[in-house]
Design a protein around this ligand. Sequence first.
Ligand code: SF4
Length: 373
Amino acid sequence: MRKGIGVYLHVPFCLSKCPYCDFCSFPGSREEDRERYVGAVLREIAEREFPRRSVTSVFFGGGTPSLLSTAQFDALLSALSSRFSIERDAEITFEMNPATADRDKLRALRSLGFNRVSIGCQSTSDAELAALGRAHTAEGFFDAYRDAVAAGFSNLNVDLMYGIPRQTANSFAKTLSDVLSLGPTHISAYGLIVEEGTPFFTRRDTLGLPGEDAEADLYALASETLRNAGYRHYEISNYARPGYECRHNLLYWRQGEYAAYGLSASSHFAGVRETNTRDLSAYLAAPAAAVSERTVINGADAEYEYIMLALRLSEGIDEADFRRRFGHPFRETYADKLAPYIARGLLAAGDDRTALTDGGLYLSSALLRDLLP
Ligand code: SF4
């Protein structure tokens, strides 16, 4: 039996542009811009050929998808439903930022079939939110969370960030405890990355960023606090109550297959990744012909990508699955490179699986560099 696929839909509009963000997103869109964009995505859905397999997850990401109107969400989800067979218990998520959806809209989205919402919080300190240039306050986040629960959402993710300018262990501990008091099913905690080309990059020396050691301590604080509160640390940056791991993201990490629509969106089928253009005018002009990059992932690249993604997960690499995919054993093949990490307790090698330990997850990038073919 073939496995189900995921569907991703990118919405590139935001209230304002955060100065650290290098995602494909534009601030200050007007209603007519969003309407034109949705029209283009509907054309892409109607005209683009993707395998018509059953869908186990749908993810509206961005940008800030919650800026779309209920009617626009309805049109997009209906178009996807007529194109694919979406399983009855599929996970259907949209990302939202505070102050972009009220309780009525959230109720309407719940009735449309969305059953998971991912809220961008980042921090519950207003000073840190201001330092990040976020368009909301901590109170705005709490209101958004309460509205989503009141609208009938019981599966909620909260996005957090560590490594924020002038963030301390105490302030991060307060953010974690504030969010835990709400009891979300899932929490993501990503380290701030200062990407080249962003305003933060230009000002990086004067931002008051915590150093590398302090950042590692914040990571450890998140892991310990959230695990003590009953969350599984199932991926480097992701924590879930048992059974609430994000199915859509698991598809990415397990090299599953997914269709993707919209500006800059990437799909993956049969070892081929296709990525749409980031040029909005080009996309609007020909949305079904907007693929700007096509990569065939095979041979050593496929193997490295598999290792890189599987080691992000606490379940790690399954020997049998690896051998089935690549025709040789993982542990024997990489024995020399793995040995120093096993000796330092960063990697655990059981009979069937090899996985990073809690201490190793944070250092995964160094290990992954070593494993490069
Ligand atoms: S809200 Fe998210 S996507 Fe939008 S600008 Fe800020 S970080 Fe980027």
